[in-house]
Design a protein around this ligand. Structure first.
Ligand SMILES: Nc1ncnc2c1ncn2[C@@H]1O[C@H](COP(=O)(O)OP(=O)(O)O)[C@@H](O)[C@H]1O
Ligand SMILES: [Mg+2]
Length: 322
């Protein structure tokens, strides 16, 4: 049987709505049972927890008012999936390191870095970075749908943001304010620039005041909005770029995985891929893999890969013209 302390702790975490704590205690109960020689009970408890966890993470109810405005997931992405310059990876690793050892920092009155601004062109890994942070730290990822909030609530946007920051405080996780400049842009239906400025300012104030344990990640495709007032609110500002040839190579190799020929020469493929984003290159690799599978081939040929990259390039050019 579980100890009295464990039962109390289960009840407490259930009613204070701390699923993570609940799962931790449930696993302690399983470990306790295993020690007593009740292996099959321990196994059953672990299976229950695993099941509940994967379900819970998809439907962690925020508050009913925030439903549909925040997406919840439990990412599995790891740092290895992210192809970026060494400098960028180093800075992301530092966020992870500080988070993992935050207690050590706290002893000296220091806080771990946890407010990040990611800026750069679409498809260079900003959203992926938020997923990697969550995946590496075992935290849920909450994606705040900024443009939905703005179009749906307009004048009440700041009030909605306040509710969200209450959740940030209560529930530890990675909070991604994706394309947050939706609140600063012309996309707002009423196009009231003054109102949007105010919303942006209150957003920045919420970020500045936040003292939670959560990671706050704001991402933007639109670097124009980055004035100095913005920079100083964040512990880190990361600028994303289109991939360099060495990164293109790594990205293709990663992405092709077991479909990569041992002696695949990538030189000319890389030339075609220059000026495409990571996302477009990844997509071309996936397309090439699919073609190969359908043609009953075990690996992707250089010719096929080049063809798929060329297709992406033409699509890109067409959209530039259009
Ligand atoms: N730096 C990267 N390294 C590896 N894959 C990437 C990278 N950037 C983008 N991708 C691929 O493209 C997809 C979309 O990228 P995303 O992170 O949504 O870009 P962004 O948020 O910057 O627009 C990712 O899920 C991933 O498959
Ligand atoms: Mg994105």
């Amino acid at each position: 049987m579980a100890t009295a302390e464990q039962v109390k702790s289960l009840i407490r975490s259930h009613f204070s709505n701390q699923p993570q704590q609940f799962f931790t205690v449930a696993l302690q109960v399983a470990a306790h049972e295993a020690q007593q020689g009740h292996q099959s009970l321990a196994h059953e408890i672990r299976a229950l927890v695993d099941n509940a966890k994967s379900r819970a993470m998809h439907e962690i109810p925020l508050t009913p008012e925030l439903d549909h405005l925040v997406l919840t997931s439990m990412p599995k992405e790891r740092l290895g999936a992210l192809v970026q310059s060494d400098e960028m990876r180093g800075r992301i690793e530092r966020v992870l390191r500080e988070y993992r050892q935050k207690a050590k920092l706290e002893k000296h009155g220091l806080t771990h870095r946890r407010k990040m601004l990611l800026a750069g062109p679409p498809g260079t890994g900003k959203t992926l970075t938020a997923a990697v942070l969550a995946g590496e730290l075992g935290l849920p990822l909450f994606t705040i749908l900024m443009d939905k909030i703005v179009t749906k609530f307009m004048g009440e946007t700041s009030a909605k943001l306040r509710q969200i920051f209450d959740v940030v405080q209560e529930r530890r996780g990675v909070y991604l304010f994706d394309e947050f400049d939706a609140i600063g842009g012309e996309r707002s239906r009423n196009n009231d620039v003054g109102e949007m400025r105010r919303v942006l300012n209150s957003f920045l104030q919420f970020i500045e005041r936040d003292t939670s344990d959560s990671l706050i990640v704001a991402a933007t495709n639109n670097p124009h909005i980055l004035d100095h007032a913005l920079f100083r609110r964040f512990d880190d500002v990361l600028h994303y770029h289109l991939p360099e040839p060495t990164e293109i190579k790594r990205l293709i190799e990663n992405r092709l995985g077991s479909f990569r020929q041992k002696k695949l020469c990538l030189e000319s493929a890389i030339k075609i891929a220059v000026s495409l984003s990571h996302a477009e290159i990844a997509q071309a690799c996936d397309d090439a893999i699919k073609e190969s599978i359908l043609a009953d081939r075990e690996t992707v040929t250089a010719t096929l890969l080049k063809q798929m990259l060329q297709e992406r390039r033409s699509a890109y050019k067409a959209s530039m013209r259009g």
